[in-house]
Design a protein around this ligand. Structure first.
Ligand code: ADP
Ligand code: MG
Length: 729
């Protein structure tokens, strides 16, 4: 058995970088080669159709069905010229990843032959037989129909031989069954609410965009080693494995030289990403050995989310060409850092950015403060919900561990911004009115025009940190669909901005000058949302106690954290902004609980298998050798001396006996506990049972397995060890 381990280790060790086919053109020339972007639309569509489509894309004008046929024809012409033979509606179901069903462009021509066909109808809407996608009971099996509908704001693209058309996915009855539909609604809601607030400062603003720049962390593991680890193969993480003697203590990996085999992978990935129009820019090593990061230039949120889904698929594919497997799991290895996906988020108008300081004028600076404070209010009011939006069975391993944001949402502002907010808060109402000057627009708060927000002022322990021109939502998991966090954040802000407008208008109606009314409300908000502001060490135990005193959500059980979606204030917020209905929220939570249970269930089964089929047999085999040795010693030496010489082996024999007995008993008990949990009908209760009984059982079993790994003969151990998984590259 152990032969396999040594063979894969040896092979992995000998591998050399794969030669990357670098295009002859410059990146700017092959960028978006496989994307039906505006440039191709211009070339392949009649000018009238092009103009109408651009209006849909840029201004959110309703899609005129009459142009669909012509768009489809142009798209098909381009795609077939590029060698595509199939097309698919590409969507983000509530599971992970993306879904696609490929159809060939061919249709019967009615004369016994075939012709290439792609109509507007096929472009705009399809009915994937989607009964097996999770829907939380919205669609019962008799009404399995769901619609996928074209999202023209995210351009179609070609992967291999298939034209992929980004779509939303909704039930026959209209409820969303995916991430994109509510995301588009949330982006529209925040656009609408933010434009209204912008009008206090600049009546010319027509549109507010939410931007997202994600930073994708990941691990690479040699594929031979990966294949020899059933746990990696089935669950994406190692369920057993003792720390290697060296891991990340020396911090010699972060920003270090990129190993050549990895560099080849990155280069290849970047070329493919650029061809798909993903503006990748940054790559570097991360903290843990074999951990890396990739980040593009930020984009409009909906497009950025699509691009992140696409890049995760691309990474998996390209990694295989280089003899690697990419691990996107949030915590593939115990004892070394996990992977996150920082979501850098900001707002900008069609005329400029909103979260950027310093502005050119005092008004711009007040606008900046207004948006910062409303963001803090939204995060404060919905801190539990935001945590729910990034919670999952897999991210649970990372949050709260001493490396990632704690399972408490708070916001870091840095010294300068904190001082500005303190100043506004402390100034009296009269002071503020006099500061706002005669015309009501001339604001003269000395600190504000000179805002120099230093983005090197960093606090890596904060889950939601202000970093100069954006907020960085760091708690998002590496495997997650960013849409989940972006839906919660943008909807919460949309609600908040609408309330802000109401509050300010009320004061204006009472005769208060506009600027003074804005300052008044901002000042009040700064006081209210104070508990969310924390610039200290988010990893410390003191913070946990302090956060609880401040009334922030400190729950750590993921199935219970999901309850935040169904709190009255969350339902009210999602309904007021038109993003999701109560029914949709309930259904989605059913899916979340079910997914949670299934993940843990699979892990528990795999761990049981490993324990019974790998660990116990190998430990027992080694133990037999030791026993054999003890008996043989008795033949060689006088009894007393033999006993003395065998003392250590006797200890080991006993330790192995104790640990294997413990493992066996606990694996049996875990199976029984699963049987009990599986009988529970309510998905929420079932997930809680899995969290409360199965997760701790797995930890206990693992503890003893990892101890055995340290004493059993290395030659016999079947599973590649951490030192092999993490250091061979
Ligand atoms: P760091 O590791 O220091 O956080 P990176 O350069 O790795 O920084 O990533 C920063 C990410 O933030 C990039 O994707 C970048 O495009 C994005 N970003 C920069 N400015 C903004 C902004 N105003 N809004 C949204 N994202 C932004
Ligand atoms: Mg970052």
């Amino acid at each position: 058995m152990s032969k396999l381990r040594f063979r894969v280790v040896e092979t992995a060790f000998k591998k050399r970088p794969v030669e990357v086919a670098v295009p002859k053109e410059r990146p700017s020339e092959y960028f978006a080669k496989y994307v039906f972007n505006k440039e191709k639309m211009f070339r392949y569509l009649p000018s009238k159709v092009y103009a109408k489509l651009i209006d849909v894309i840029d201004n959110g004008a309703p899609l005129d069905r009459s142009i669909a046929d012509e768009v489809a024809a142009g798209m098909k012409k381009w795609a077939t010229e590029m060698g595509a033979t199939h097309y698919t509606h590409w969507f983000h179901p509530l599971t992970e990843g993306t879904a696609e069903k490929h159809d060939a462009f061919v249709e019967h021509d009615g004369k016994g032959g075939m012709m290439e066909e792609f109509t507007g109808k096929l472009l705009v809407q399809q009915e994937p037989d989607a009964s097996s996608f999770p829907n939380g009971g919205i669609r019962n099996t008799f009404e399995a129909r769901g619609y996928s509908a074209w999202d023209p704001s995210s351009p179609a693209f070609i992967v291999d031989d298939t034209l992929c058309i980004p779509t939303i996915f909704v039930a026959y009855t209209g409820e969303s069954l995916d991430y994109k539909a509510p995301l588009l609604k949330a982006l529209r809601a925040v656009d609408k609410a933010a434009v209204e607030v912008c009008h206090y400062f600049d009546p010319e603003v027509k549109k507010v965009y939410a931007y997202l720049g994600w930073e994708q962390e990941y691990f690479l593991v040699d594929e031979g080693l990966y294949a020899a680890r059933p746990d990696l193969l089935m669950t994406g993480r190692t369920l057993t494995g003792h720390d290697s003697a060296k891991n990340q203590q020396l911090e010699d990996h972060y920003f270090g030289a990129i190993p050549p085999r990895v560099a080849a992978f990155m280069k290849d990935l970047e070329i493919e990403a650029l061809k798909l129009g993903i503006p990748v820019k940054t790559r570097h090593n991360e903290v843990a050995p074999n951990q890396f990061e990739l980040a593009p230039i930020f984009e409009e949120c909906n497009l950025a989310v699509d691009h992140n889904m696409l890049i995760m698929a691309l990474m998996r594919k390209v990694a295989r060409n280089h003899g690697f497997r990419v691990l996107l799991h949030e915590k593939p290895f115990k004892g070394v850092n996990g992977s996150g996906k920082h979501n850098n988020w900001s707002l900008g108008t069609d005329t400029g950015v909103l979260l950027h300081a310093p502005g050119k004028t005092p008004e711009e600076n007040l606008r900046f403060i207004t948006f910062v404070v409303n963001t803090l209010m939204a995060v404060y009011r919905h801190n539990g919900l935001l945590k729910a939006s990034i919670s999952s069975a897999t991210n649970a391993h990372r949050l709260g561990a001493n490396e990632a944001p704690p399972a408490i949402i708070s916001s870091f502002l840095g010294k300068q911004l904190s001082q500005v907010l303190d100043h506004i808060e402390e100034s009296t109402k009269d002071e503020l009115i006099s500061l706002s000057g005669k015309q009501g627009m001339k604001l003269d708060i000395p600190q504000i025009p000179e805002l120099m927000i230093d983005n090197t002022d960093r606090n890596r322990t904060s889950p939601f940190a202000f970093t100069g021109n954006r907020f960085e939502f760091r708690a998002v998991g590496s495997e997650a669909n960013c849409a989940s966090a972006m839906i919660a954040l943008n909807s919460a802000l949309a609600e908040q901005l609408a309330e802000f407008k109401k509050d300010v208008d009320e004061l204006i109606e009472k005769g208060e000058p506009k600027i003074s009314a804005i300052l008044d409300v901002v000042r009040r908000y700064i006081k209210i949302c104070k508990p969310i502001h924390f610039d200290g060490n988010g990893y410390s135990d003191e913070w946990k106690a302090e956060a609880a005193r401040r009334g922030l959500d400190c729950e750590t059980s993921v199935p219970v954290i999901f309850d935040n979606y169904l709190k009255p204030e969350s339902i009210a917020m999602f309904e007021a902004t038109g993003v999701m209905t109560k029914k949709e929220l309930e259904a989605r939570n059913e899916v979340k609980w079910e997914m949670y249970t299934k993940k843990i269930q699979i892990e528990a089964r795999v761990l049981g298998d490993l324990a019974m089929n790998h660990i116990i047999p190998v430990a027992t085999q080694y133990q037999s050798e030791l026993i054999d040795n003890v008996y043989k010693m008795k033949g060689l030496f006088p009894a007393e001396k033999a006993e003395k010489l065998s003392a250590k082996n006797l200890e080991l024999i006993e330790e192995i006996a104790n640990r294997t007995a413990f493992i066996k008993e606990h694996v049996d008990a875990m199976i029984e506990a699963r049987k009990v949990a599986n009988k529970i009908e309510c998905e929420r209760e079932k997930a809680i049972a899995y969290h409360d009984t199965i997760v701790p059982a797995m930890e206990e079993i693992r503890y003893h397995i990892d101890k055995l790994e340290l004493i059993v003969d290395n030659q016999m151990w079947t599973l590649p060890k951490y030192r092999e998984l993490l250091f061979i590259r």
